[in-house]
Structure formats: C-alpha cells, structure tokens
Design a protein around this ligand. Structure first.
Ligand code: 6PG
Length: 471
C-alpha cells in the first residue's frame, strides 16, 4: 500500500498521458501513472516534481495506490494495446472500479469491452479526448460515453481539467455505451473535412491566384480574426509562415505531399454508409488523402495528362473573397453533415446524444473548435430535433448569403484544373439537400428494368413493376 491514495490513475505515460496527469495535478488532484517504459515514468517524475504525482512501473502497486472505487484511464494507441492493458489490470481490480479509454478507439470495440468488463462488475467509459498535447496540458475537449453513474464519479476531475468556453467546461456525457468514442470519431471525420477544405483553398491560392505562402498566411490570418476564427485556420497560418532551419525557405514547401491517416476519418465514412447517411465532404477528404498517397503515379500522370484548362481569374481580389466565403460555407456544410450523422447514429444505437451538448463541448479545446460552433449550438438550443443544421433559420441565412462564393470558387477551380473535391462535394450536398426532386426516379426505373427491383409511385401506394421492353 502506498503512502497516499491517489484520486485517479493513468496508464500510458506518453506525451498525452503525462500532459493530462500534470493538468489534473495542477487542479489539486493526486494522480498516479503506469508505464512499462522507465524513461516515461522518470519524465513524469521530473515534469511533475513538487506536484501530487507518482509514476509506477508495476501494475499491482499502481492499482493498490488508487483510492477505491478506482478510476483508471488509458491513453494508449487504439486497438490491441487497449485490450492488453485491460488484461494486465483486471486481475488487480475490484467490482465497482472502472476504466476509461481515452484513445481514438473504434466504437464497436468500446461496446465489446464494456460488455466484457461488466461481467466482472467493472465499469467502462469510452472517452474521446481532443486537443493534442497542448490541449491535454492546458485544457482538452473531452467526449465521455457510458452510464451517468460512472460519469458522475469522474465529472469533478474532468470538468476541472477541461477547456472552458465562457466558463463552461468542454466535457459532458455524450450518451450511453460507446457514444463518447462515436462522437470523437465524427469529430475526427469533420476534422478531415475541414483540413481538406483549407488545403483546397490553399491550393487554389497558390496555383490559380499565384499567391506566395506568406500572402496566403496573411489572408488566412485576416479570415481567422473574423468569421472564420478556428483552430485549424489559425494553425495553417503558423505552418505557412514557418521557416525551414535547413534551407531558410518555407518549411511547408519541403514537406512531402503524402497525407497519412490513422483511421478515424475512414471509420466515419464507413459507418455513415452503413447508416445510409450522406457525408460527402468527409468521404472525399478521406479519398483525397488516399490520392495524395499515389505520389509516384501522380508524378507520371502529370507528364501524360498536362492540364488543358488553366484559366486564371481576371479579378484576383474578387476570387480571394470568394475563397473566403467558400471556406466559410463549406465548413458549415461539413459540420452539418457530421452532426446529421450523429443524430442518426444516436437513434440507431440508442445513445441518447444531445447535439447541443456536442456543439458545446466542441467550442473550445478540440481540433475542430471554431466560431461556427456557437452558431451551431444556438441552432440546436432553439430546436433540439433539427433534422439538419442547414434548415435552421439563422444558418440557412448564412448559407444563402455565402453560397454564391462557394459556387464561383468551385467553378473557377475546375476551370483552372485545381482539384477541389471537398469544396465541390459541399456545394453538391447543399444542392442535393435543397432539391425537392432528384433524378433518383430514373435510377429506380433503370433498377426495375434490369432487375425487376420495383419502384414506388408518387400518385399511388405500393410497389410497382413494369415490363419496360415489350417485344
Ligand atoms: C484530436 C485529433 C487526434 C489526432 C488525430 C489524427 O482530436 O486531438 O483528432 O485525435 O491528431 O487522430 O488523425 P490522423 O492521424 O488520422 O490524421
């Protein structure tokens, strides 16, 4: 038995785990950490010197040091490492204790783990944590899912360490079961979408408007001081302005144009397809990362298929203003898709997710935080059952006022052969969603002709089949 009983335990003392523990210690909680890497335990001790923090290398000693009922969080890579930590800890835990998985876990794994642990009387909370290392240290946004009873036990500590928006903590129960990890997955899907939208605008600025990195950074900085205030636009300014120590040039010019991914964007798209929910701005953002990976093929294709359309806008100032409005509109459309997916997932999986609470928790600390989220929160506050944000009276006004910019920016990019998949998918989503009639009647006719799949009529109930090709 150790000298003091710690309030909270953390397994995985990498940069995120240590940062979150130190944040908790700063708020007066006594915290214990476990890692098999002695270097990380030592790093916790030196960074946490003078604070109520203790690192352990032995699982039994670590568990024994924590006040019962124990709350132990894991911040380890998603997948097998989470199962391995659970396997190591369970023999030392007692009924009533519970574990929190703070990684980017697949939500179905979270459901499975919660079920397995409940047979031993152990609770489980799947909690998305966003904001990277700086967020973990100074205030992340956190998305826990599970029972109210378990959440109440960690609420004081997570509320203390969370980012604050107007004094309100950016953490709340996202719903039952795997709701926390589901919401975090969709957060990341939106993150993919917004990152792609910003990079498309960057690409048009350089290839079509001939702007330098510094000029683009200045434009982004101006937008970020106004209606486009957001973490992702803000960090794009930092990246674009950064000077390479090796060459003295702009570092961004020396970074390989192959984007990596760990899977959360893909899971968002996969699950949206399973649920029959269209989220095209996010789907194509995943595909754009895949396209970026085909570097060698792209280099060869660039020789065989030189662009035939290279029109440059006559009025560059107007074109840049359009890009600003395009980014604003497409970002709103991207959030709308993600939140419409969450609404459907909550219904299908019985999460009971409150979308206003989701928007609240995303307003600060997380990667997709932006000024738009307060508008989005207000929309759900006014109408919690909103089918889609696009039809909220305030948001529809913003869309109607700015969609011309998005349409013109996409048209100009296509005329210049600059790929803008996510901007294009966003305007197409808007046009599809606002179309009272779509051409799916022809698809139904085709399906019925070649496969007797039947169709429904607008003027009568029931299913119909037609012998389309009479001999
Ligand atoms: C966050 C981030 C974080 C991580 C992404 C990166 O919310 O803090 O989303 O979870 O940086 O998972 O994802 P990719 O490696 O797939 O781009």
């Amino acid at each position: 038995m150790s000298d003091i009983q710690y309030d909270f335990g953390m397994v995985g003392l990498g940069t995120m785990g240590r940062a979150l523990l130190l944040n908790m210690a700063d708020h007066g909680f006594a915290v214990a950490g476990l890692d098999t890497d002695a270097g990380k335990v030592a790093a916790l001790h030196s960074e946490g010197s003078g604070k109520p923090v203790k690192g352990f290398a032995d699982a039994a000693e670590f568990v024994a040091s924590i006040r019962k009922p124990r709350a132990i969080m894991m911040l380890v890579p998603a997948g097998a490492p989470v199962d391995s930590v659970i396997k190591t800890l369970v023999p030392h835990l007692e009924p009533g204790d519970f574990m929190i998985d703070g990684g980017n876990s697949y939500y179905r794994d979270t459901d499975r783990r919660a079920k397995e642990l409940s047979t031993s009387g152990l609770g489980f909370i799947g909690m998305g944590v966003s904001g990277g290392e700086a967020g973990a240290r100074r205030g992340p946004s956190m998305m826990p899912g599970g029972t109210t009873e378990n959440y109440e036990r960690i609420r004081p500590i997570v509320e203390a360490v969370a980012a604050k928006y107007d004094g309100e903590p950016c953490v709340a129960l996202m719903g039952s079961g795997s709701a926390g990890h589901y919401v975090k997955t969709v957060h990341n899907g939106i993150e993919y979408g917004v990152m792609q939208l910003i990079s498309e605008v960057f690409d048009v600025c350089q290839r079509s408007l001939g702007m330098s990195n510094a000029e683009i950074a200045d434009a982004f900085a101006e937008w970020n001081d106004a209606e486009l205030k957001s973490f992702l636009v803000q960090i794009s300014v930092t990246v674009l302005r950064y000077k390479d120590e090796k060459t003295g040039g702009d570092l961004v010019d020396y970074i390989s144009d192959k984007a990596k991914q760990k899977g959360t964007g893909k899971w968002t798209s996969q699950d949206a397809m399973d649920l029959g929910m269209p989220i095209p701005s996010i789907d194509v953002a995943v595909a754009a990362r895949e396209m970026s990976g085909l570097k060698a093929e792209r280099v060869e294709a660039a020789k065989v298929l030189p662009p035939t359309a290279t029109a440059k806008p006559a009025d560059k100032t107007a074109a840049l203003a359009d890009l600003r409005g395009a980014l604003f509109t497409a970002m709103l459309i991207c959030y709308s898709q993600g939140l419409a997916l969450l609404k459907e997932a909550s219904k299908e999986y019985g999460y009971g997710t409150n979308l206003e609470t989701v928007a609240k928790v995303w307003r600060a600390g997380c990667i997709i935080r932006s000024e738009q989220l307060e508008t989005i929160r207000a929309a759900y506050h006014a109408n919690p059952d909103l089918a889609n944000l696009l039809v909220d009276p305030e948001i529809s006004k913003l869309i109607l006022a700015n969609e011309g910019s998005l349409r013109r920016a996409v048209t100009a990019a296509i005329q210049a052969s600059v790929p803008v998949p996510s901007l294009s998918a966003s305007i197409a989503y808007l046009d599809g969603y606002r179309s009272a009639r779509l051409p799916a009647n022809l698809i139904q006719g085709q399906r019925d002709l070649f496969g007797a799949h039947t169709y429904e009529r607008l003027d009568a109930e029931g299913s119909f089949h037609t012998l389309w090709e009479k001999e």
